[in-house]
Design a protein around this ligand. Sequence first.
Ligand code: HEC
Length: 79
Amino acid sequence: MWSAALALLVAGGAVAWILMPGGDRADPTDAAQVTLGKAVYVQHCASCHGTNLEGQPDWQLRKPDGKMPAPPHDQKGTR
Ligand code: HEC
């Protein structure tokens, strides 16, 4: 759960940073930021990276078109 919240924060961090002008760096202990990051993730990232950060099936295998599938955003996604 903690890692999922952290991953969501990282995923939404860039956008959250823009949405909070003058704001500091993303803070995983700040519940408001985590909530914002989750909303941003669900709206803009979950379609490819998965509602539960799971990524796309066989994400490590290049697709026939030469592109890579979306990787998971949990620990499994680290290459
Ligand atoms: C249209 C589908 C799609 C959406 C929407 C999308 N991604 Fe991705 N993302 C991908 C794909 C595909 C890759 C892998 C690209 C590659 O390896 O060539 C990727 C890679 C990444 C990576 C790099 C992971 C790594 O280990 O190299 C990060 C970080 C990432 N996305 C974050 C995000 C965030 C944050 C959002 C939402 C703001 C988002 N993505 C939305 C498809 C998407």
